[in-house]
Design a protein around this ligand. Structure first.
Ligand SMILES: [Zn+2]
Ligand SMILES: [Zn+2]
Length: 375
């Protein structure tokens, strides 16, 4: 089968991306789906910071690669052995496949699935195969999805079936932004009803965390970002207070607002100064969570005595510590009953051809979620 797909051949091209065009839209060939694989017609795909991190070289991945990891679509063809999905099913992609049988999947920690992480690291589907090529030159898959394309061959363990009534552009967001942001609040940090929370970094994931904190009953939601427009959106989505964490008195201001510090501080900005701010803003006995992906060489310095003397916890969160097949349907239910304002996260609807302009907008900080819509 032939399809158009956005391919990255070289990282670290100069900005503006609307001029350097790091992603090339190519006519490529998809091999037939193998065992436990299906073909999905992509209907919507979101531009996420984790794609940008591959483009700008902060998160190196094997190249060339068909990018895109937040998407939704319709199953159009089944490979051998597929019995839990049918042609016509609407699906959301999870950006880490869950094998369902490794020691992590078996203990409810699908976010750490070992075969899933290995396949993602190598840029293959869960079964170890690459199914996308241009005249025999095979391309890597981005996080088992490669959703910036009209069609994708994927492992069924990268998919979650959803209700047909959910609009595709909304559904796509559950695969990355919502799962990562809401999951970090309720699964990783385990925010309790009535606790205070700080959210640093208001991209799609940070804003999703605001929605999650609101739905989970946080008493006091404080949102921090350097960009005043993002702070204004944070407030619109449910933050009670917003702060510019680069200001000299920001930490003291936060402590005054929260009675000495927050119960839970989440960091999504990907800057060490942001994580330090979140850690220092966490009160005695509280929990700091980072779900950002800074450059692999970045180092954090903290005094271990603070962890001990103040019984603070510092945790990492991947995939929002979610089990996609459990949590995506649950979060969609919250959306359907009006408790997650997901549509407010979408700032632009674009075409596949405009993808480089979209990534330039994201790099400039001028966009929330931009969704590529396919016919
Ligand atoms: Zn993402
Ligand atoms: Zn597993």
């Amino acid at each position: 089968m032939n399809t158009k797909a956005a391919i990255l051949h070289q990282m670290e091209l100069e900005r503006p991306y609307s001029v350097s065009n790091p992603l090339k839209i190519e006519d490529v060939t998809l091999d037939d789906p193998g065992f436990n694989e299906v073909v999905v017609k992509i209907k919507a795909a979101g531009l996420c910071h984790s794609d940008l991190s591959v483009i700008d070289g902060n998160r190196p991945r094997p190249l060339p690669m068909a990018l895109g990891h937040e998407a939704s679509g319709v199953v159009v063809e089944l490979g051998e052995g597929v019995d839990k999905l049918s042609v016509g099913d609407h699906v959301v992609f999870a950006f880490l496949p869950s094998c369902g049988s490794c020691r992590y999947c078996n203990t409810g920690r699908a976010a750490l699935c070992e075969p899933g992480a290995e396949a993602n690291g190598k840029g293959t589907l869960l079964g170890g195969h690459k199914r996308i090529h241009n005249e025999g030159n095979y391309y890597h898959h981005h996080l088992g999805v490669s959703g910036f394309a009209e069609f994708a061959v994927v492992s069924i363990d990268s998919l979650v079936k959803i209700d047909q009534e959910i609009p595709f552009e909304i559904a796509a967001l559950f695969g990355c932004a919502i799962m990562t942001g809401v999951g970090a609040v309720v699964n990783t940090a385990q925010l309790k009803f009535g606790e205070s929370i700080l959210i640093v970094g208001l991209g799609g994931v940070g804003l999703s965390a605001i929605l999650g904190a609101k739905a989970a009953g946080a008493s006091n939601i404080i949102a921090a970002d350097l960009n005043p427009q993002k702070r204004a959106i944070g407030k619109k989505l449910g933050a009670h207070y917003t702060i510019d964490s680069s200001k000299k008195n920001a930490l003291q201001f936060l402590k005054d607002l929260s009675g000495g510090g927050v119960d839970v501080a989440l960091e999504f900005a990907g800057a060490i100064s942001a994580l330090e701010f979140a850690f220092h803003a966490t009160k005695r006995g509280g929990t700091t969570v980072t779900a950002a992906l800074p450059h692999p060489d970045a180092k954090l310095e903290i005094s271990p005595v603070t962890l001990v003397g103040q019984e603070k916890s510092l945790k990492g969160s991947y995939l929002g510590s979610c089990i996609p097949s459990r949590d995506i349907p649950a979060y969609i239910e919250l959306y359907k009953t009006g408790r997650l304002d997901v549509e407010k996260l979408i700032s632009h609807r674009i075409k596949l051809e405009d993808i480089n302009d979209g990534f330039e907008r994201l790099a400039q900080g001028d966009a929330l979620r931009q969704i590529i819509l396919f016919d």
